[in-house]
Design a protein around this ligand. Structure first.
Ligand code: F0G
Length: 352
């Protein structure tokens, strides 16, 4: 039976005899071949569907490790700032480990599904008038003086857990892809993947991909080379103007001969609708930034015809139902009469 990341990758993680082996069976997510998009783009494209983790995002990988280490070190409470997914994962794993989670979120800028999760898992939720960057600054200060463990990705155990996704991709493909495309917000995940690919290559000789990271244009600090004071994007998950792992992300880009580029909200929403409608995978807008980037890079030649590309779908589409409804032409036909339904279907099927 699969029992989660800490057991699965014990030898590659900072686990001691005293580390509690907590688990919600996170990880082991599918690598889904995207047949229709592959054909359209002239590449071999896969989606690493992190939305199938227990709380619906990749954050579970880092959180299981960070919470286990916090508990090992005696913490009774954890704290994080979040655009939503980190708070959901922190709340779930805190419950699992028997500690308290404090989560600090930007008021009104987190997707409904994520807020619902933090509420139901029983976190202590603090909403601030500022953005994620301000929330992160606040919790970093608070963790210095209070008896709470900080579990944002500035905690190195988070990246340790998250690097396991790169291990899985190499195991699923038999080797690293040519290109790994990934959304960039606080820049922890791109850094974790690069660490994972390097470590797996050292042990298994699976080669290294080029890392192609994508920020939302309204929050593209790394691309612009300066902090964005008022980040704005439809992809609230990556609405971050001062990424904490900025330097690590640049190193991942440069060491892998990759890129960090920006995608517009329009490109994000186009990719978001496309992968659901053409290949049947529903991801959240922040996750669609990676696919938007793949489409952009195929056009610009930064991805070459025939290359194998893995695009990381970091979060589940169900996290953000409001964007799903508002960003799509909703076609719901109201009918109460069986004959009317029969005719509707008959006309529709006749056109197929
Ligand atoms: N995709 C999703 C769905 C996310 O929730 C995040 C980050 C990212 C991508 C970017 O990853 O920050 O490691 O570069 N969400 C954080 C949160 C900030 O609070 O949930 P990153």
């Amino acid at each position: 039976m699969y029992e989660g990341l800490l057991k699965q990758y014990k030898d590659y993680l900072p686990i001691t005899d005293k580390t509690p082996m907590i688990s919600l069976a996170e990880g082991n997510t599918p690598l889904i071949p995207l047949h229709n998009l592959s054909k359209e783009l002239g590449i071999t494209l896969y989606g690493k569907y992190e939305g199938l983790n227990p709380t619906g995002s990749f954050k579970d990988r880092g959180m299981v490790m960070a919470v286990a280490k916090a508990v090992e070190e005696g913490a009774k409470a954890i704290v994080c700032a979040s655009t939503g997914n980190t708070s959901a994962a922190a709340a779930a794993y805190a419950t699992r480990a028997g500690v308290k989670a404090y989560v600090v979120i930007p008021d009104g800028k987190i997707a409904m599904g994520k807020l619902a999760q933090a509420i139901v898992y029983g976190a202590d939720i603090i909403s601030i008038p500022g953005n994620f960057d301000e929330a992160l600054k606040a919790v970093r200060d608070i963790a210095k003086t209070e008896a709470v463990a900080l579990v944002n990705s500035v905690n190195p155990y988070r990246l340790e857990g998250q690097k396991t996704a790169a291990f899985e991709i190499c195991e699923q493909l038999g080797e690293a892809p040519d290109v790994l495309a990934i959304p960039v917000g606080n820049a922890g995940n791109i850094s974790a993947y690069w660490k994972g690919f390097k470590e797996w290559h050292e042990v298994k000789g699976t080669a290294l991909p080029r890392m192609h990271g994508f920020e939302a244009e309204g929050a593209a600090a790394i691309v612009r080379g300066e902090v964005v004071e008022q980040p704005e994007t439809v992809a609230t998950a990556i609405r971050i103007g001062n990424p904490a792992s900025w330097k690590l992300a640049e190193a991942a880009r440069d060491e892998s001969s990759g890129f960090i580029d920006a995608v517009t909200d329009e490109e994000i929403l186009n990719a978001y609708r496309k992968v659901a409608a053409q290949d049947g995978v529903f991801v959240e807008p922040g996750s669609a930034a990676s696919l938007a980037g793949v489409i952009q890079h195929v056009k610009s030649g930064k991805i070459k015809p025939g290359e194998t590309v893995v695009t990381v779908f970091t979060g589940n589409g169900l996290k953000d139902p409001d964007t799903a409804i508002h960003a799509t032409d909703v076609q719901i036909s109201k009918m109460s009469d069986l004959e009317e339904m029969r005719m509707h279907l008959r006309e529709g099927v006749a056109k197929l």
